[in-house]
Design a protein around this ligand. Structure first.
Ligand SMILES: [Zn+2]
Length: 393
């Protein structure tokens, strides 16, 4: 038996049934390219595992049919979102619906091990509060925000910082721990929610900024990297800049050059504004800034063009390296037709005419940011059918 392809068929089958909200064998066989014999074998196995349930219904011609549906309460997932001052912990079912939630203040003063101990306690609390049996928890998805990394000066943040937590989780639950940065975890969830996009580059620009690559529904490590570290590898868009980045410790990276804080500071430096405008800029937010550009303020337009230029550089560099068919744009700025016209102008100027036909401006589908964390175990264990012992009961 080819274990790998068997898994891929199961993955496709589970995702298809989830997208349709239930499906029958004929429809599944037609859509996921699997032989009837293999399908019978797989569905028997999944029904036996209690992962799929059979629902009987009568179709429009009065014929009795069997509908296969996912048993969304078969397993549970835990999501942890670490923000600057608070950590949010949720427990979800396989549909990624929140069953329990809690939030605690990050009392982390340089001792990251202490923070992990506290986090483990809260994970245990949420499991105790819920009715979810321990052996049916798939794992814990941890999403680290940039604000936490920067503000708590978590130097050179690496995934292996979480080894203590991983060990403790493995001792107490059967599950695994998955650690991701916010933008990457979001990209993975977007790919799941919108399965038409299989190979894409996601760019987020707003209060949070960054990019991630998904190929064949899988996260790809940043193209230009030699070691696996997260959140610390930023793409340099302005090699001659002397603006230093707190996260990657380099100058002229994308994340710094397009940050609103930096842009607003540059605007104030550049001209002799009245005290009124100066105080306006002390509390400026991105939406207000975009509005000012759209109403024709010259300096704001110039800054907006710069952001468009850096985003275009980022896109072009990744397009050259990887087979991307789509660019997903997330954030209010991409809803501005002025900004989009700047972006297309730079893409054309850099001789990438075909790219701007592949731009897709995303709507906000993700209702709560914590869901990107709880989706990690659902993706890596449930949809990849990566069970070890938790299927034995
Ligand atoms: Zn940086």
């Amino acid at each position: 038996m080819d274990f790998k392809s068997q898994n891929k068929n199961i993955t496709n089958l589970l995702k298809f049934i989830d997208q349709r909200g239930g499906s029958n064998k004929l429809e599944i066989a037609e859509n996921i390219m699997v032989s009837p014999a293999a399908l019978t074998k797989i569905s028997k196995k999944l029904l036996g595992d209690n992962i799929l349930l059979e629902k009987k219904y009568v179709d429009e011609n009065g014929r009795k049919k069997n509908l296969l549906v996912i048993n969304y309460d078969r397993f549970f997932s835990i999501g942890v979102l670490i923000e600057e001052s608070f950590t949010r912990v949720i427990l979800t079912n396989l549909r990624n619906e929140v069953i329990e939630e809690l939030k605690f203040e990050n009392a982390y003063n340089g001792d990251f091990e202490e923070y992990l101990k506290a986090l483990l306690k809260f994970i245990e609390n949420i499991v105790e509060k819920s009715t979810a049996p321990r052996d049916r928890i798939l794992g814990v998805g941890v999403v680290m925000t940039n604000e936490f990394i920067v503000k708590k000066s978590l130097d050179l943040f690496k995934e292996d910082r979480f080894i203590t937590l991983k060990k403790a989780i493995m001792e107490k639950f059967t599950g695994y721990v998955f650690v991701e940065t916010e933008i990457r975890a979001q990209a993975l969830y977007e790919a799941f929610l919108d399965p038409v996009y299989k190979n894409f580059f996601l760019i987020k620009y707003g209060d949070k900024r960054g990019s991630a690559i998904v190929i064949d529904n899988k996260l790809v490590n940043p193209a230009i990297t030699h070691y696996r570290s997260m959140g610390t590898r930023h793409f340099i868009v302005e090699p001659n800049s002397n603006i230093y980045c707190d996260i990657c410790k380099k100058k002229g990276c994308f994340d710094t050059m397009v940050s609103p804080k930096y842009i607003f500071e540059e605007i104030l430096k550049e001209s002799n504004y009245s005290p009124r405008i100066e105080s306006l800029y002390k509390n400026m937010d991105l939406n207000e800034f975009i509005k000012r550009a759209e109403s024709g303020e010259i300096i704001e337009c110039k800054s907006l063009r710069k952001v468009a230029k850096y985003i275009a550089i980022l896109m072009i560099n990744h397009n050259n390296l990887l087979p991307l068919d789509t660019f997903l744009l997330s954030g209010r700025i991409f809803k501005s037709s002025l900004f989009l016209s700047y972006l297309k102008m730079f893409l054309q100027e850099f001789q990438l005419g075909e790219v701007h036909e592949n731009l897709i401006v995303l709507d906000d589908k993700i209702k709560r940011q914590e869901l990107i964390a709880s989706f990690l175990p659902i993706n890596y264990i449930f949809y990849n059918y990566h069970f070890t012992e938790n299927l034995e009961d």
